[in-house]
Design a protein around this ligand. Sequence first.
Ligand SMILES: [Zn+2]
Length: 357
Amino acid sequence: MKQNPKRVIGLVILFILLVAAVILGVRVASLVDMTYVEMHTTPTPEPPVRNVMQVTVDPNAPTPPPVLRSGSQGEEVIQLQTRLQQLGYYTSSIDGDFGPGTKSAVIVFQLQHDLSADGIVGEDTRNVLYSASAQPKATPTPEPDPTPTPETVYPWVRSDGLPILVNRDHFLPDGYQPADLVYMADYCDSSIVKIKASGIQGERVAVDAMMSMLEYAHSQGITVWQVSAGYRSKAYQQQLFDEQVYEYRKKNGLSYNDAVSATRLTVMEPGSSEHHLGLAFDITVPGVAFKGTEQAAWLAENCWQFGFIIRYTEEKEDITGILAEPWHIRYVGTEHSLNMLEENLCLEEYIAKYGFE
Ligand SMILES: [Zn+2]
């Protein structure tokens, strides 16, 4: 039987196509298989390094060390305390508890290394702390050294070198004379700080330190500052006290004795106010309550490196006997402010611990 040649050619082409299809199909199938096998059985020993994003989200990447803060405990805290001790920042016992002493040491370390001084050991602080660029503790002196020299013996420096304490139990010594009061409205750059009243004065050393501090605040974008109180003479404090007593008697109908008792809770008795020294300032933000402002937070974090302390904190209310005043700063000099920060001591505690006058 004679075949149709066209039909033969058609069959041949069909056959070739079939063979080609089979070969291709096997290849594809085996590729799919291999991929499947690879994906499901091959372990990935190293995180992929194609790009940074992938490394950071890869679940197989090693977990970063924990952020250490107040309340943290354990081996990492022991390592931290050991490191801080090696560098001279931490002097208490290495107990693995991240308490106030550890926090203060971290803050002093951060201040000295231009890190954000939050007392928390995150990535930035850790990287510096365990690097070769970590510096041993030194007393930073952004200010002219306030330590008295034979030529300048400040009246507020006690014979044992500690800052004078003025409170309800420690009245200003009779005949105390400020060293060098300046009128702050004339003396201070008004683009840095507003001085609320033209009569406000302060000791020059403390005012200089405050201006350096507030210039630094401006450089960090915290710009609105006001000083609403500085030096007060005993006579002026007497006037403030009497006015408050009068208020209580008139508005609240209190007896004289009750009015005096009530006044003592908020107004210092003449002779017992730190403002007599010219080293204490009330820092405010015009038009708002200071507590809770970004200025208050900044001040609490940064005043120490300029020789100031937050004199009345909530934590130390039992010791100072004064309700917390986040706006009231007291100049003591960096030598003392940094020690007090590091050891978490208020002035009463600091003098009880180190004073021998
Ligand atoms: Zn005050």
